[in-house]
Design a protein around this ligand. Structure first.
Ligand SMILES: Cc1cc2nc3c(=O)[nH]c(=O)nc-3n(C[C@H](O)[C@H](O)[C@H](O)COP(=O)(O)OP(=O)(O)OC[C@H]3O[C@@H](n4cnc5c(N)ncnc54)[C@H](O)[C@@H]3O)c2cc1C
Ligand SMILES: NC(=O)C1=CN([C@@H]2O[C@H](COP(=O)(O)OP(=O)(O)OC[C@H]3O[C@@H](n4cnc5c(N)ncnc54)[C@H](OP(=O)(O)O)[C@@H]3O)[C@@H](O)[C@H]2O)C=CC1
Length: 464
């Protein structure tokens, strides 16, 4: 990739030089700022972010060694400034970065110097097509509101994609026909295998558990989607939403008959008319303003490559959260997924590394990167994912143990060489801590065989 060179800015042209500059007011950026400010309270820290609000982690709970739960709250940025007197918040988007002269230029024309910089600019939806007014992505409050506005007048929508957003939408949308276009044989391919998908499907057909839900589940249809329809569509660069993004906004469509403004042709040759298409087809890291004139090494997925100290290939520039791609030698039980859990962990660890490097102290890769762990909710079920929960990268050399009670729980264990390397727990299984320990200690479970999932055995006592 070739980039134009930009004029070399001299430090004399700077508005101010900060010891630490963090870009982006999402979970990664805010956690990084908090970590820096509490580790070195005397340090001059700046957070540069476009919007007036920041995303803060609240009600943080460490569930087990690697599992964590928390809420994400949108807060006025002043809350952060009040908490950390040495923090300056600059409300403007970063327009360009000049790594040689260690400065950033904001959209309103100001230039700020840094000693160490962390890029936490998140990602944006990877839309199926660019510039089509009938194709929406959902990322932040603005795009969620736009979706809500359009949905309130919609009779039928097509949702394309089979990941987190699609799973949430097909469950939440009411009063509107939903055509769900997935290219896989089972639903939720980024989180589940076919067995778990089978367990969840009845929830789509049942009434919602909340007493307040007034209406039957929407009729949904699954059809194959058109391949090769990727496109990059720039959208607003607000912070990504969290799991409760749909709470408080009514996802209800119009039920009267109307003409279809757009038609979608799928690879099974079927064509569907709809009011609009939701492209829930993944994300692309927000790197554009930083690449020009610099020599960042960019990963295949478009993220800024970072090493085990969250450092990019440019000196004194770190990156964390959705914008980066972890390129260190990873633990065999961890993989990167663009989730707010990892945005928090990476932001926290990047802050620790930046502070340690400034103080010439050693720092080791944090324990949270030893084991992939994620707690979330799909179709109103608690979902816990551990390690290589879908046998990622294991090839045929693994076996699965499954226990399933319809409407109650789905437990899947991934074993490799007799050792537990991953698990999917759906429902209130209460197995997460025990399984986490079994994965971390890599005990040989061969002697236990299928007894491992025997519901009549209290597995916790078994391994104590
Ligand atoms: C609808 C939806 C639901 C989700 N649900 C879950 C969930 O249940 N669980 C989960 O773990 N994850 C979930 N995610 C994913 C999660 O939200 C993201 O992985 C996480 O928020 C990424 O955090 P981040 O700080 O890296 O980026 P972001 O939250 O995207 O924040 C990026 C920040 O950078 C700022 N910015 C961007 N460009 C610039 C610039 N040039 N200059 C200055 N500032 C800039 C933005 O304004 C923003 O403040 C969901 C995502 C979506 C879209
Ligand atoms: N509860 C949670 O933890 C949630 C997490 N999120 C996170 O937010 C981010 C954005 O979510 P989302 O957009 O759902 O992204 P995901 O990466 O989760 O899923 C994208 C999905 O779209 C599919 N896809 C990609 N291109 C096409 C295409 N051309 N036609 C049909 N399908 C296609 C992908 O299939 P394939 O994999 O085969 O390419 C995949 O199933 C993700 O990082 C996600 O993890 C979002 C909501 C909830």
């Amino acid at each position: 990739m070739a980039f134009k060179t930009v004029p070399h800015l001299t430090p004399s042209g700077f508005k101010k030089t900060f010891q630490f500059v963090v870009m982006g007011g999402g979970i990664a950026g805010v956690t990084c700022v908090e970590q820096l400010s509490s580790q070195i309270p005397s340090a001059d820290v700046a957070l540069i972010t476009a919007g007036p609000h920041i995303k803060a982690v609240t009600n943080y709970k460490q569930v087990s060694r690697t599992l964590e739960e928390f809420d994400v709250e949108e807060q006025p940025s002043s809350v952060l400034e009040e908490k950390f007197p040495n923090l300056t918040i600059i409300h403007s988007a970063v327009k360009s970065l000049h790594t040689k002269s260690h400065c950033v230029e904001t959209a309103d024309g100001r230039v700020f110097g840094y000693k160490k910089l962390c890029i936490c600019s998140g990602a944006r939806p990877k839309l199926l097509t660019q510039d089509n007014p009938y194709v929406l992505g959902i990322r932040d409050t603005d795009s969620a509101q736009e979706f809500q506005k359009r949905l309130s007048k919609a009779k039928r929508i097509v949702i394309v994609g089979n990941g987190g957003i699609a799973l949430e939408l097909v469950y939440e949308v009411e009063g509107c026909e939903v055509i769900w276009a997935v290219k896989d044989k089972a639903i939720g391919n980024t989180f589940f295998d076919a067995g778990a998908a089978q367990f969840l499907i009845p929830s789509l057909e049942a009434d919602k558990p909340q007493a307040a839900a007034p209406c039957k589940r929407p009729r949904y249809t699954t059809e194959e989607a058109a391949p090769g329809a990727y496109g990059h569509g720039p959208t607003d660069s607000g912070s990504a939403l969290g799991p409760d993004w749909h709470e408080g906004i009514a996802l209800r469509g119009a039920e009267q008959v109307r003409y279809w403004p757009v038609y979608v042709r799928l690879t099974n040759a079927k064509t569907f008319g709809c009011d609009f298409v939701v492209s829930a087809t993944g994300v692309v890291p927000n790197t554009e303003p930083f690449l020009q004139g610099n020599t960042f090494v960019v990963a295949d997925d478009g993220g800024l490559q970072v090493d085990d100290h969250m450092m990019t290939s440019e000196p004194d520039v770190y990156a964390a959260g959705d914008v980066c791609t972890a390129c260190w030698e990873q633990s065999p039980l961890w993989q990167q997924m663009r989730l707010w859990t990892q945005a928090r962990q990476m932001g926290w660890y990047a802050g620790r590394c930046m502070a340690a490097h400034s103080l010439s102290e050693p720092v080791e890769l944090d324990f949270c990167f030893e084991l992939f762990s994620h707690i979330t909710k799909f179709f109103n079920y608690k979902v816990v994912l551990l390690g290589k929960f879908n046998g990622q990268g294991l090839g045929p050399d693994h076996e699965l143990l499954v226990r399933c009670t319809k409407g109650q729980e789905y437990v899947k264990v991934v074993l490799s060489g007799g050792r537990m390397v991953g698990a999917v727990l759906i429902g209130e299984t209460d197995l997460e801590e025990t399984f986490e320990n079994l994965i971390l200690n890599q005990m040989d479970l061969t002697p236990y065989g299928e007894e491992l999932l025997n519901p009549d055995i209290d597995i916790e006592d078994y391994f104590d």
